[in-house]
Design a protein around this ligand. Structure first.
Ligand SMILES: [Zn+2]
Length: 273
């Protein structure tokens, strides 16, 4: 049986009984419910009425969400280039209708995730889509809970197809990765950022955290390193792992936000506190 953590939705190895604990949730960047660790399965979720809603995000980009939410509740991004499609940040659920829909968009090239909180049912999806590779940034290999021959490690970057590339940027996780899609946003470029950077509710800034739920900050140095690496990529629009968008000007917003983060963590504004 493949078990799914009810809190983070990361799949396990094929095991007769669920593990005692979820290593992803026990880490300081996540959390275990007060009532203790809980597990579910695809069958149980289906019996509870879970389904996958698909919506068009922009030309050649779709978002998949499980309803009701499973785990953290991310939106899987399905990006299409002429060679086929990439699934990024797989939800912790799968059903035949959603698989059929993804298959209708083009041949699957790979599945990948921004970081371990978003692994979801990535291997189950990869199998359903014809045994495509599950691309994992090598520094995060220890977090893969379902070891499988489809898992392929990469180091700094991995081109999925021309104009569609995974880049490891680190920060939130050592293997934190983003997708650079150069044809997105009518050719101005799209960054699928996961939560390497996270657009804020003010729609004018982004934040950078080691842990979002437990509010553990990153240093200014790390944030400037991540921002510097991202600035070299081709993008004007950004989406995070819940589908929140910065429709345009994302690179300038990133620069302002990284400088602000560095200034606050350096103590430039201590006189305001
Ligand atoms: Zn978990």
């Amino acid at each position: 049986m493949i078990w799914i953590c009810a809190t983070c939705a990361v799949e396990t190895d094929d095991l007769p009984e669920p593990p005692d604990a979820c290593a992803v949730c026990e880490d300081e960047r996540q959390w275990v419910p007060e009532q203790g660790q809980r597990w579910t399965t695809v069958d149980r979720l289906r019996e509870a009425g879970t389904r996958i809603r698909v919506e068009a995000v922009e030309d050649d980009l779709w978002g998949l969400r499980a309803e009701p939410e499973v785990g953290i509740g991310q939106q899987t991004m399905v990006v299409r280039v002429p060679e086929g499609v990439l699934l990024f940040d797989c939800v912790g659920y799968i059903d035949d209708a959603a698989v059929e829909l993804v298959r209708s968009l083009g041949p699957a090239l790979a599945v990948a995730s921004s970081h371990p909180h978003m692994y979801g049912l990535q291997t189950e999806w990869a199998r359903a889509l014809g045994d495509v590779p599950v691309l994992v940034a090598a520094p995060d290999a220890e977090w893969v809970r379902r070891r499988d021959p489809l898992v392929e490690l990469y180091d700094e970057q991995r081109q999925v197809a021309p104009g569609l590339t995974l880049h490891r940027v680190g920060g939130h996780f050592r293997g934190q990765a983003v997708v650079e899609w150069t044809a997105g946003a009518e050719g101005r470029g799209v960054l699928l950022a996961g939560d390497a950077v996270f657009p804020n509710p003010d729609r004018r800034s982004m934040s950078f955290m080691r842990s979002y739920p437990n509010r553990i900050p990153l240093s200014g140095n790390v944030v400037q390193r991540v921002a510097g690496q991202l600035e070299a990529l081709h993008f004007d629009r950004l989406y995070n792992n819940f589908g929140t968008a910065v429709p345009s000007g994302a690179k300038a917003m990133l620069r302002r936000s990284a400088d602000r983060h560095a200034a606050w963590t350096r103590g430039d504004f201590d006189h305001l506190t």
